[in-house]
Design a protein around this ligand. Structure first.
Ligand SMILES: CC(=O)N[C@@H]([C@@H](O)[C@H](O)[C@H](O)CO)[C@@H](O)CC(=O)C(=O)O
Length: 338
C-alpha cells in the first residue's frame, strides 16, 4: 500500500514501453506480455518434478520473480481506461550469500523491476552498522539503476542493528538507497528514522499491520504486510479516514483489524496460516508452506473464517473457499512453495 504515490500517465506509458521492450525478450514460456495472461497449461505434477531437477534455488527464485513481475506489471482495461495490476514490483533479493544476492539483483534489473529490497543476512550475521552497510552496498551495486530498499525485520533475521543508525549517511555508501521496510514494533526507532531524514525523499514502509495507524502518525509513507492480502478493504478505509483527518474513524478501523490479528496470534499465526487464509478468501490455491513449517490446521482455518465473518470482513458471497480442501489435502513437501 503506497499512501502517497499516484501513477502518472507518463509513468504508465514508460512502463508499457519498458514491458514491450523487455517483456518480448524475456517472457517465461506461455505468458503473454499484455492484458490478462494465462499460464500455459502444464500438468502441475510434471512441472514441479522437471523444474526441481533442472533449476538451482537461485534460478527458481528468478523464475518466480519473472512470473510475478510480468503479471504484476502488465496492463488491464476497464472501458477506455488502462491500468496496471500493480503500481510497482519491488523484488526481494536478500540471501545468505552475497553472490546469490547479487545474481538475484542483476536478474531483477534485467526483467524491469521497479526496485530491489534486501534483508540482513541472518546466518553469518553482520555485527555492526558498517559491516551491514558494506554487504548491502555490494548487493545494490549489482543493480546500480534500481532503487534500493533495506528490509528491517529483526525478529526474523536476529540482526538488531537499529534502523535509525543504519540510515545515518547511507546514501553516501548506497546512492540508490530509496527507503526502508520497517517490520518491527520499536516505534522510537521508526520515528527517529523519519525525523532524521525529513529532508530526504525516502519511502518509509511499515510492516506491523496491527500498528499501522501509529506509524502513519509518525510519517509512514506506505505499508507492506501479510494481512493486506485479505484485509485490504478495511485497511484502505483506515487510510482514507486518516487522510481526511477523521482519526476516530481511523482508530475504529485499526482496532477492528487488531481484533482479528490478536485473535489469530493467540491461535498461532505465521506464513502457513497466512497462506490458508489467502486460499480461503481468494479461492487461489497458495500451496503448502515450505518445511519445516507445517500446514495450518483445519481447526485454525474454521476459527479464522468465523472470526473474519463476525468482524464483518467477509460475507458468504465474498468467500471463495473452493480450493481449501485441496490446500488441506496437499502434501507439505514442495519445491514450488515459498
Ligand atoms: C513478522 C511478520 O511476518 N510480519 C509481517 C506482518 O504483516 C505480520 O504478519 C502482521 O503484522 C501480523 O502480526 C510482515 O511485516 C512481513 C511480511 O509480510 C513478509 O515479509 O512477507
Amino acid at each position: 500500500i503506497d499512501v502517497k504515490a499516484k501513477e502518472s500517465p507518463g509513468g504508465v506509458r514508460r512502463r508499457k514501453d519498458r514491458l514491450s521492450r523487455r517483456g518480448r525478450e524475456r517472457l517465461p514460456r506461455g505468458i503473454q506480455a499484455h492484458g490478462r495472461q494465462r499460464a500455459r497449461r502444464v500438468p502441475r505434477r510434471k512441472l514441479r518434478c522437471s523444474q526441481s531437477r533442472r533449476l538451482t534455488h537461485t534460478a527458481q527464485r528468478n523464475q518466480l520473480f519473472s512470473h510475478w513481475s510480468i503479471r504484476g506489471l502488465s496492463c488491464g482495461r476497464t472501458g477506455s481506461e488502462e491500468y496496471f495490476w500493480l503500481d510497482q514490483v519491488v523484488i526481494h533479493v536478500g540471501a545468505l550469500s552475497l553472490k546469490e544476492s547479487q545474481e538475484l539483483a542483476r536478474h531483477a534489473a534485467e526483467i524491469g523491476a521497479d526496485g530491489i529490497a534486501v534483508i540482513a543476512p541472518f546466518f553469518l550475521k553482520p555485527w555492526n552498522k558498517d559491516v551491514l552497510i558494506n554487504f548491502l552496498k555490494e548487493v545494490a551495486a549489482a543493480a546500480p539503476a534500481l532503487p534500493f530498499y533495506y528490509y528491517h525485520i529483526p525478529a526474523l533475521t536476529g540482526v538488531k542493528i537499529r534502523a535509525e543508525e543504519l540510515l545515518d549517511g547511507i546514501q553516501d555508501k548506497i546512492p540508490t538507497f530509496q527507503g526502508l521496510k520497517f517490520s518491527d514494533t520499536d516505534l522510537l526507532d521508526f520515528g527517529q528514522c523519519v525525523d532524521q531524514n525529513r529532508q530526504r525523499q525516502f519511502a518509509f514502509l511499515f510492516g506491523v499491520d496491527e500498528q499501522l495507524l501509529s506509524a502513519l502518525v509518525m510519517g509512514a509513507t506506505g505499508a507492506v504486510g501479510s494481512t493486506y492480502n485479505y484485509l485490504g478493504k478495511e485497511t484502505n478505509q483506515m487510510l482514507e479516514a486518516f487522510e481526511r483527518k477523521d482519526f476516530s474513524s481511523a482508530l475504529n478501523h485499526q482496532f477492528c483489524i487488531q481484533r482479528f490479528i490478536n485473535f489469530v496470534l493467540k491461535l498461532g499465526f505465521g506464513v502457513s496460516q497466512t497462506k490458508a487464509i489467502m486460499t480461503l478468501v481468494s479461492g487461489i490455491p497458495m500451496g503448502p508452506p515450505r518445511p519445516p513449517l507445517q500446514k495450518a490446521s483445519r481447526e485454525f482455518i474454521d476459527d479464522a473464517k468465523a472470526k473474519l465473518k463476525s468482524l464483518g470482513f467477509l460475507s458468504s458471497t465474498d468467500l471463495k473457499d473452493g480450493n481449501l480442501e485441496s490446500y488441506i489435502a496437499s502434501a507439505s513437501l514442495s519445491n514450488q512453495s515459498v
